[in-house]
Write a protein that binds this ligand. Structure first.
Ligand code: GAR
Length: 194
């Protein structure tokens, strides 16, 4: 079986990234993680990826005058590693239409809400403020409109009356790390070769 060469973009601690790396250790898993790129040099996920033997790269958005130039470098590094599919895993930069178009159908994101509810940032605060009793996470294809692409998979988590944004985030994260490997496998299996 030819496994789909997958790159992961992160900005932080890399919990979801680690779940994808762990799942892809199984030889029968349809994707292999070949590269992790962070836009933040201090991101904890970089060390976790390196420990797992995955090549890493830091591409700081601060080093580029424009979003387009920053993304052109990400694109160059991804293609340099023959990446076929990209997973955003806590990557906290909005991508331009140009980059998204280049990776159409090959760019996934995990978002900590049951989309279309609670797009954008501070989703756990949003859910508590709205009085939601069910919350969760979504893996979706990335399209130019923020957090609006076709949904690949979702998982739910209850909201309890005494939840804080942090306690709710932790509960949702336990679902995220199960969901993302399933969603990546599903997408990788149905992907045409480049
Ligand atoms: C995750 O909860 C992910 O869903 C969220 O950031 C966190 C990253 O944690 N992503 C977004 O909010 C995207 N807009 P991690 O680095 O430990 O996986």
């Amino acid at each position: 079986m030819k496994r789909v060469r997958t790159g992961i973009l992160i900005s932080g601690r890399g919990t979801n990234m680690s779940a994808l790396i762990e799942a892809a250790k199984a030889s029968a898993y349809p994707a292999e993680i070949v590269l992790v790129i962070s836009n933040i040099a201090e991101a904890g996920g970089l060390a976790r990826a390196a420990e797992a033997g995955i090549p890493t790269s830091t591409i700081s958005h601060r080093d580029y005058a424009t979003r387009e130039a920053f993304e052109a470098e990400i694109d160059r590094v991804l293609r340099g590693s023959d990446v076929e599919l990209v997973c955003l895993a806590g990557f906290m930069r909005v991508l331009t239409t140009g980059f998204i178009a280049k990776w159409q159908g090959r760019l996934l994101n995990i978002h900590p809400s049951l989309l279309p509810a609670f797009r954008g940032l501070h989703t756990h605060e949003q859910a508590i403020a709205a009085g939601a009793t069910v919350h969760g996470c979504t893996v979706h294809h990335v399209v130019p409109e923020l957090d609006a692409g076709p949904i690949i998979a979702q998982a739910s988590a209850p909201v309890f009356a005494n939840d804080t944004p942090d306690s709710l985030a932790a509960r949702v994260l336990t679902q995220e790390v199960k969901l993302y490997p399933l969603a990546l496998a599903k997408t990788a299996k149905s992907l045409r070769p480049l």
